[in-house]
Design a protein around this ligand. Structure first.
Ligand code: G1P
Length: 297
């Protein structure tokens, strides 16, 4: 039986420059899809996968993230007094137990691999998950839960994978796998942002990982890679070189790249259309908008 995964690292130190000026004062992880911050989607996904310890790797200006997870007794009693039980339940659902969240600072922006390394002491000697909140995945069974279940069978390390168009492969970490793969596949190699035409496949790593503590050894020795950053992909590739098992799981669900404006807007529309209280009004507006746009062409 493989050891249970109960800890997750959330690298949230990035400045979110793509969303300036909003991110001058609001951490990008607090930006909301409909009415829920990106970070809450990530926390909910982790909880549903059995995570009980949440480690945030933060940086200057991320205080609002810490405040967000505080209990708010005044707000709760106000909602209770006004009989707003639905809203009270929503607010209570965001409460975290004391001690369940730890925050650690990444003092220099040296990349995702370095952010994960910052959490080494809080992880200790056990397998752990890594979730980046800007990849939001809509799925019946949450993506990390799909991975944790598969990991119970396979052990080793695991990355979430998704097919991307070949011409976009250079923007991702790309897997080298046997072409005869099913949904779960052993990974033979990994390359971060391959030059166009050199990509070993069109299977990209998406921001969900299950890693073993051995990764820290590689991360602490890791040279700067693509983009001049310490890349997590390179450290996982090192694991593979040493003969350790790394699997890719082609998850079921739809991934939204909420680190980009277009991805964020698509997610907003998609999540709003999935809501009974918003669907009809929004759909009516979209139809109207599209027909005006067509008529103008
Ligand atoms: C990061 C990772 C890359 C991964 C991608 C998925 O790249 O380094 O391996 O495929 O996210 O979104 P970034 O988008 O930060 O450049």
């Amino acid at each position: 039986m493989n050891r249970k995964v109960t800890k997750a690292i959330f690298p949230v130190a990035g400045m979110g420059t793509r969303f300036l000026p909003a991110t001058k004062s609001v951490p990008k992880e607090i930006l909301t899809l409909v009415d829920k911050p990106l970070i809450q989607y990530a926390i909910d996904e982790a909880r549903e996968a059995g995570i009980t310890e949440f480690i945030f790797v933060t940086s200057r200006g991320k205080g609002a993230l810490e405040d967000y997870f505080d209990h708010s007794p005044q707000l709760e009693s106000e909602l209770r007094n006004r009989g707003k039980t639905d809203l009270l339940d929503i607010v209570k659902g965001t409460n975290m137990d004391s001690g369940a969240i730890a925050y650690i600072r990444q003092h220099k922006a040296l990349g995702l691999g370095h952010a994960v390394l910052c959490a080494q002491r809080l992880i200790g000697d056990e397998p752990f998950a890594v979730i980046l909140p800007d990849d939001v995945i809509a799925a019946e069974k949450p993506c990390l839960k799909q991975m944790v279940d598969a990991y119970q069978e396979t052990g080793g390390s695991m990355v979430a994978a998704m097919e991307v168009p070949r011409e976009k492969a250079h923007a991702y970490g790309i897997l080298d796998v046997d072409q005869q793969f099913g949904n779960l596949m052993p990974v033979r190699g990994m390359i971060e942002k391959p030059a166009q035409g050199t990509e070993p496949s069109n299977l990209a790593v998406i921001h969900r990982y299950i890693l073993t503590p051995e990764i820290f050894k590689h991360l602490s020795r890791q040279k700067f890679g693509a983009g001049g950053e310490i890349q997590l992909t390179d450290a996982i590739a090192k694991e593979i070189e040493l003969g350790r098992a790394v699997n890719g799981l082609r998850f079921e669900g739809q991934r939204f790249d909420c680190g980009s404006k277009a991805g964020f807007l698509k997610a907003t529309i998609s999540f709003a259309l999935a809501r009974d209280d918003l669907r009809d009004e929004l759909l009516g507006y979209l139809h109207e908008f599209v027909s005006i746009d067509k008529a103008a062409q």
